[in-house]
Ligand binder design. Structure first.
Ligand code: DC
Length: 228
């Protein structure tokens, strides 16, 4: 069996990470959540008062980028790798609605993208990796053997994200989550550097009406048919 690189891109809350984790577990691959890295830089910028709803000190952040050391560490109890910044576990801190509101601004900065893309490429150099994000099939791994592009309606995605946040005890309204999903869609697809686009050789999966299991089975079928 040849190890391959699996790139999963798509809009926020399209179930990319659920599918990526299922695939990584089944195939014995490493799963990398590239969005967690953009969230980590955003959290750093928030801690250092470099970003807020109506403020961004872009030059200040670029100067401080060398201070940010990121790594993932596998947590066997959770079954996936958690995000660490400067050796501190920040997995919970990066999943708040505050980080979600600010992350697109940070992800627009080319210097941030260059730093993270370099690290992502290093993580994937031995293949056997499933990475999800916005530019994985287009920029990070343009030669990936399997590229998936996930979509679902904004309503479906907002409902999923809202359910997740409520389950974690974060009290946010469905309308706020929907607005955040729509704003991020707009910024992610309109930014100058590496906007979210479907790679010409990506397979599009609309999972609005698919269960997690149906989606997983569909992709696994593809992998065994074409790549193993
Ligand atoms: O996948 P996510 O929602 O956790 O990603 C958070 C944000 O990071 C998202 O709004 C866009 C950005 N992002 C990106 O620009 N490129 C990636 N490869 C992954 C995420």
């Amino acid at each position: 069996m040849n190890n391959i690189t699996i790139a999963i891109d798509g809009f926020s809350s399209t179930g990319k990470s659920t599918l990526a984790k299922q695939l990584a577990k089944h195939l014995g691959y490493v799963y990398v959540d590239s969005g967690a890295m953009y969230r980590a830089v955003t959290y750093f910028a928030m801690q250092n008062k470099l970003v807020s709803e109506n403020y961004l000190d872009k030059e200040g952040l670029i100067k401080k980028l060398p201070e940010i050391k990121l790594h993932f560490q596998f947590n066997p109890d959770l079954g996936f790798a958690e995000m660490y910044m400067n050796d501190v576990n920040i997995e919970n801190e990066i999943r708040t609605i505050e980080v979600s509101r600010l992350v697109s601004k940070i992800a627009e900065i080319s210097e941030v993208r260059a730093k993270l893309v370099e690290q992502q490429q290093a993580m994937g150099k031995n293949k056997a990796v499933v990475m999800d994000g916005r530019d994985i099939g287009t920029v990070v791994f343009p030669d990936a053997e399997l590229k998936l592009f996930m979509t679902a309606s904004a309503h479906t995605r907002a409902k999923r994200r809202h359910d997740e946040l409520i389950e974690k005890g974060q009290h946010v309204s469905y309308e706020d989550v929907l607005q955040n999903v729509q704003e991020r869609d707009y910024i992610d697809t309109h930014r100058d550097d590496s906007p979210l686009v479907k790679a010409h050789d990506a397979i599009e999966i609309d999972n609005s009406t698919l269960t997690k299991k149906e989606q997983f089975d569909l992709v696994l079928d593809l992998i065994y048919k074409f790549y193993y």
